[in-house]
Design a protein. Structure first.
Length: 284
């Protein structure tokens, strides 16, 4: 009699490369794809979930794929109603069976995937609102508009984010008709705050002489108020003399970097003019 494996049949199936399917099957996720799922039922040996992005298809997470640590009580790690991010391990359309792993998804990827899912839901809701504001004869353009946004921005949300601050011409240049462009721009600008980037650092300044404090103020004002970049703001505040925080916020990373370089150059010019010293440390 052959010795039985310590793994269950399900566990063996999960890792059977001969049964894994590489090709894309319509209506199903691909193996290794990250998916967002809602937990429907937790049992002693695993959890049944529904895939939010695939019409609530049912999938299964075996207890061995829930946590990297030993699972004594499964409900400590997963519970009904929870939204999770899982990695697709196995897809069998004939049995309508999908197996997921939660433990194989890094925390950073979980956060990113959940954010993307939230944004896509927002995009779908906004597109529905846009359609409601359009004449009925324009409704048939919805799928074409979605294709244009995905082709140019990869995700619907990013396309609408672009529309929130773009000109109507910029949208028509993409192939969106004027009626759609006008309404999309209005709805997007009312509901989406464009994503921003922030660069932070600390500047340390020392200026000799009795009027050093006045010269220091002159340098900081020069760096804060004289730099003019589109949709960019610069904030400078004390961290305790001689250290001052400098924060640059912009909708574009390259513009933020340019503004920071310009601000530091202006501060340095004033400091050098009064024989002072300056250093800058970027914060992560």
């Amino acid at each position: 009699m052959s010795k039985k494996s310590g793994k269950s049949r399900l566990e063996n199936d999960l890792f059977d490369p001969e049964k894994d399917m590489e090709e894309r099957i319509e209506g199903y996720p691909q193996r290794n794809e990250l998916v967002v799922a809602s937990v429907r039922e937790v049992t002693k040996h695993g959890a049944y979930v529904s895939l939010d992005e695939y019409g609530n298809l049912q999938a299964y997470v075996h207890i061995s794929e829930i946590s990297r640590t030993w699972v004594k009580n499964i409900r400590v790690h997963i519970r009904e109603g929870q939204r999770i991010v899982g990695k697709v391990l196995r897809v069998d359309p004939r049995k309508r069976q999908i197996d997921l792993s939660v433990k194989r998804v890094p925390d950073s990827m979980k956060k990113l995937k959940l954010l993307e899912s939230k944004r896509e839901n927002t995009a779908k809701a906004l597109l529905k609102l846009i359609v409601e504001k359009l004449p009925k004869e324009e409704h048939k353009q919805l799928e074409d508009v979605k294709d244009i946004l995905i082709q140019n921005f990869e995700m619907l949300y990013y396309g609408l984010e672009f529309a929130s601050s773009a000109t109507q011409k910029a949208l028509t240049d993409l192939g969106i008709n004027e009626t759609w462009a006008k309404t999309m721009r209005k709805i997007a600008s009312e509901n989406i705050v464009p994503a921003t980037v922030e660069i932070k650092g600390t500047v340390e300044i020392s200026i000799p002489g009795g009027e050093g404090v006045l010269h220091l103020q002159e340098a900081l004002v020069e760096g804060r108020d004289k730099v003019k970049e589109k949709k960019t703001s610069i904030t400078i505040y004390t961290e305790g003399s001689p250290r001052y925080a400098i924060e640059v916020t912009s909708e574009d990373y390259k513009i933020a970097e340019k503004a920071l370089d310009n601000a530091l150059k202006r501060i340095e010019d004033v400091v050098d003019n009064y024989n002072g010293e300056m250093s800058f440390t970027r914060r992560k």
